[in-house]
Design a protein around this ligand. Sequence first.
Ligand code: SF4
Ligand code: SF4
Length: 383
Amino acid sequence: MIEKQWDLSRISDRIQLRAIQQRRPLSCTMELTYRCNFHCRMCYVRMSDAQAKPYGRLRTVEEWLDMARQMREAGVLYLTLTGGECTQYPRFTELYEELNQMGFLITVMSNAGAYTETIRETFRRYPPRTVGITLYGGSSETYAAVTGDPKGLDKVLENIRFFQSIGAPVGLNFTMIRQNVLDYPKVGRLCQELGLSYTLITDITGHQRDLSFSDALQSRLSPAERACVACHPPEEVALAMENAKELEKKLAHFRMPTAPEEALEPEPDSCIGSHTGCAIYWNGEMGTCISMNGRHNVNPFDIGFEAAWAQIKAEQDETFRRPAACQACSMAPDCLHNCAARRFEGTGSPHEPDPYTCQYTYLLRIYRARQGGTETPQAPSCV
Ligand code: SF4
Ligand code: SF4
């Protein structure tokens, strides 16, 4: 997560290194809306308008553009547009075109399940630098079960091909939960037919505002299921789920890692994004990344982008302090999903190890050793 091989012949690496050294912003995620055309049962952000009302309001196009001008002056080059479903933001095309004309390099994160011809025309005129599309299954039935839209998959595939036709690079994610886990081979084949690789996402956290707003914690894979799925190729997913029942029993011996008695030198637990990135949520609040929603009480629409950035950076060392339990943990080298933001999502504090992560890592090590100690073939990556 934190280590990177820098290639100084690449201008993008040089820009990033300079931003890290100077603690300056380089990339920003704009979470434009909590609205979405899908109703995914494990979603951490989607809400109805009535549910969202106590938390604020969507920012207007004019407000986002003013913020974008401030970000550009501060040095931001990369923008990621997300939601909810960012294309459901009112006047999305107008905002997107203006941001392109301002010179930002834009990534669009989308479910690709509901584009109007106007949206497609806008993407044709301004192809995104990259598009990140999440898949929720490999059949219409599964899309209905996960997203509530039985026609979802057809629309998504059509829009993936659309992006390919305009030369926009597409990256796929497959978000796996109990309701779509057995579609793993189908999703693999679909991606193969499209000529695209994908990232498997099994690390699901609860709804950021209110756990009752989604079924995330009920529908995610258990730590044992995640570990077994991670160690098998897609075709063996049914076997993996079966094996998880046995592996689950090993949790009887699991104990949460604890901090050592002697005090340790504080260690930074950071990632590149924490140095040079930020996220502004749909209601205008700001954090280091999408997963840090609620950690800082900073609103750049009130105090300006530079002041908000300075405030978040002033809290950085404290926020990204590695827990002593993790510093002393023998499982740390295999603990893939342990960053401050992930801990914050799982426990409400960036300084507390998340039991779900620890149990997963514990079982993954046991299962992998049983498989012959080979590298995990399908280990989920940090997202
Ligand atoms: S597509 Fe994404 S934003 Fe929409 S409901 Fe599903 S997970 Fe949430
Ligand atoms: S989060 Fe990872 S490194 Fe930290 S205590 Fe748990 S298993 Fe160990």
